[in-house]
Design a protein around this ligand. Sequence first.
Ligand code: UTP
Length: 801
Amino acid sequence: MEHDKDIQTTQRGFHCNLCIVNIPNKPSLDDHVKGKKHQHLLRLRAQRKAQEENSVFVSGFKPDTSQTDLKEYFAQFGPVSDVIMDKHKGVYAIVEFSEPQNAQAVLAQLEHQLDGLKLRVKPRERKEFKLATRGKQDSKNTQISLDRLNNELLKATSVNEQMQKVVDSFELKENEKKVRDLLVQLLQEVFTEFFPDCQIVPFGSSVNTFGIHSCDLDLFLDLENTKAFQACAKSSEATGENQSEDCHSEDSILSDIDLSTASPAEVLELVAVILRKCVPGVHKVQTLSTARLPVVKFSHRELNLHGDITINNRLAVRNTRFLQLCSGIDSRLRPLVYTIRLWAKQKQLAGNLSGPGPLLNNYALTLLVIFYLQNRDPPVLPSVNHLKNMACEEEECVIEEWDCTFPSQPFIVPSSKNTEDLCTLLFGFFTFYSKFDFSASVVCLRDGHVLPITDFLRRDEEAVDTAEASGPKPKRSSAPKLGPMNVLDPFEQNHNVAGNLNERTQKNFKRECCEAEKYCRSLQYQRKSTKGKSWGLVRLFAPLSEAGPRSQVETEKIMEVSIPFKAAVLPEPLRAQLALAGKSFRSIWFAKICSAVHTVFHEILKCSPLEETQTVAATTQDKAETEGNEMEVNNNQSVEDSGSQAKSETGKKRPLTVDEEEEEGPSTSTVIEAKRQRLDADMEHPEPVHWTWSQGNRVWAGRRKVRRDLLKTSDETSKPEGGCIDIESRVTQSIVEKEEKLQELLEFKVDAEVVGGNQSTKVVLRFHPSHDTTGVFQDFFHFLESFLPKMAETILGRAGS
Ligand code: UTP
């Protein structure tokens, strides 16, 4: 039965590949296959199949050839039922016969000529019949093709082979590339009529060696020559001279627009009009002029392609060349990128649907893979600076002041000494990023290593100084937009290609890397199952829902609240201070956060400190001078007020004196160096801080209502929870005064420590209630989970103003 191959048995029943629906049981399946939709799609598929078999693809005729001309010519092979052609440009046509043998007769003839031109005649491409809808449907289709891929992967004998299969399944095939070329050619012809000497240059996944079947066609409309043409035409007009040959005298749309003064939005509007009105097959044209790089989006109906046209995007063309070069330098890059892209898509980490979003874009993800390979030991790929040194003079290239020099041919670059296989490298990728300190590091492919975030805090400051001193900011001096993940473009050094990411995506990326790393350590990853179980990449590609909820890790965890280091929201004076601190920035920031946390508990939530002394070391700022002068304070004081940097246990770290060391013999300079190193280590890893508090009221309950009531009677403009210190203190005060007290005082300990370096820099606060038989502390903790980080951020921001 025909429907047999459309129906797949799944864990939850059946899946109809034709209609893309899940069916729970056999009776419903029988109803489904007899149903209207399924029957209609069966008929449609049969009709399409017949059409494909009955028709041929024809190109190579003159642009003015009509449908009738083609019909008349091909009628000699049998009755022609239809000729579908690109009427305006005459680039291709589909000639459909009544019978399949007519089409076969055409294909059997070796040569066809029309109007003195040799025609190219090919069989119609056999397309798989699919329900054509985007969005949600897309992900279902991906799931179906993934199911197929998984079947293939299970047949492989190693992870290396599986990774190669991923490339084979997803890469753009020659015929797909030809279709793309055809569209570029068509657009080039149309646009040249309106913008003489313009160039349509493809970039991105269609040409960067990482393209997949459904990828967009990114195009750069280069108007440099057109501008020159227009300037030349203008000057001839002004001098009244005849227009020269070079300045083609034809009248064009160019007379309506001055390219030297028009805004990108105006030019793109024109591009959109041309696309809509003059390019056959193009539809769904949409201009996005507010994007970082304004763009015109379009689709091509017959070719089933989605495209983007940008102007002013020469850097993207160059970075596409760079990606091509990297692929040429080491053949392991492509399988790694294809595999990691698919993994990231399945885990909902990459691939923003329709335009900008909080996920990684494919370009950023590819750069993360290249950076990792630069950091392998020995490196698989060289840094961009190394590549630059290998380039010859003719390959020098500067675009918008950015040095984009690298060799044009991969064979110039010596082969890597790294011989690791794909399976190991993939595992290594997950290990590398699972231990990566995204909050405090900047990924720099130019240098091939991580740069400390503090470098960029200073740069930002310098950039502001430069701008203030010399009027408009030069492009190069502006700092990258810092965020939860910072990946510098290899050429445009002030562009963070992951600048769109939000905290959640960064965290999820990290967490998925940890999960994948754990899985890669198992035998299930490395060895084919002899029992037919899923192994290798198959389990790695399990979609998020199948892999289990993300929150599982959290629910198992002890009571913990994290305050991430967010460079982007630091107040300016603190940025400057941290920039100067270099490696010890964590200590300073930790002290500030501890101080803010103290304020939240003490002043805002009106918790009472319990008598308990603890040893607090000197602040980072003056620790160098006060080495050894440890101070005793209790937690009635804020950590920072008291000179900050707390140490957990009295006398745990004995101050090191010069005398003591000298007794053992080393020279003074060695001692100073040793002291400095110990100080640096201390500064990088400050000791944890501890507090013990008590609370007698449900200060977390009903805050929203109290805040609303307070705001009604105050001049304060409405701020969200955690956005204003004064209001939050008054909310607590009101609850303490009006609401019933807790029957039993809540007592709890808080341990604070700063982590970073081999994980994202953050302050981790661990809560230990002395008892919580009634679960009241749980409620308080849930409130603190969101309130504490927000409030600490607000306090930090206020400290800078
Ligand atoms: P994409 O992120 O769309 O990558 O950027 P892609 O490889 O084409 O993947 P698809 O289209 O999602 O399948 C497209 C191109 O845009 C430039 C790069 O040239 C990239 O190859 N680009 C993108 C930048 O120059 N900077 C960016 O921040 C992002």
